[in-house]
Design a protein around this ligand. Sequence first.
Ligand code: MG
Length: 378
Amino acid sequence: MFTPFNLAPYAATDARSRGRRHIEVSDPSRGQFQRDRDRIIHSGAFRRLEYKTQVFVNHEGDLFRTRLTHSLEVAQIGRSIARVLGLNEDLVEAISLAHDLGHTPFGHAGQDALNLCMKAYGGFEHNLQSLRVVDKLEQRYAEFDGLNLCFETREGILKHCSLENARQLGDVGLRFMQKQQPTLEAQVANLADEIAYNNHDVDDGLRSGLITLAQLEEVELFATHLSQVRQRYPDLTERRTIHETVRRMINTLVLDLIGHTRAAIVTTGVAHPDEVRAARPLAGFSDDIARQNHALKQFLRQHLYQHYRVVRMTTKAARVVTDLFEAFLKNPALLSAEHTCNPSGDTPRAIADYIAGMTDRYAMREHRRLFAIEDVLL
Ligand code: MG
């Protein structure tokens, strides 16, 4: 059995894993969670993250984050925290890289539109879809559908879940009914996601010009670091001042998270992943930093995600997704055989799987192919 060095007693290990759904011979050179990570990187859904939007549509600029670079940033932050806390870095990395695999094109606008389309057919939820991608939709292995990942990786991917869905999910749904936590690795990956997107949205938001430095000076977390950077490096260019400020914000959040989580681990005395599951959520920020982080999120919601230019993009995106869904549902003959035969044999779900798998640009192209009169022969 493969066990990385320096793991704390509360960390997930191969030996304590609840295993895979289909039993496989273990790999002589790699641990189980390393294998999971490798399978995720080689999946088609992972490659498509390169052309899926976080906030800005891919064609708006080459420097903006995509879901792929976002996932890599989450993995980086998650791994750093995991190493210090003696957690299983491979598991944190696997969860981080897979957490957004189920996202539709065009970010949350796409997901909300698809959820509305699927209202009468069981709904659509990107987090649940990420699990569906790794459990069913990736078709790469001879012996099973999906990637056959370990329970702990699947449990970590499923961050939230309604009780109704939990009942249908079996093993990974159980914790929502029992009101238990996932592993600390999953808790860390979840917060690494939050640290990554809040900070890169500040960076991308400033680069796009949709938010300004003057506005951000109202946000304590940003303002504190900005004034320190300006004091220490008064002649720095604005671009570098922003990078230096964001860098310090990330560092503050990471260090606070490590300190606060470590204290919670010591107080509760957890010594096994099952004790972590039964305990209160252990990974988290101190009250002061949680408050500052919340203020930053509120600022971004108000000034960036609801900026009229973003709203124009998201409205258009929602229309693309809705048009595609309605056209396919009305006439499933528009779908190629590959996309009609779904593991569940359920046409609306097959359409949702197809649309959710699209990149932003593929969805726009498909929309043009179906609706643009000049492209009638395509
Ligand atoms: Mg994310």
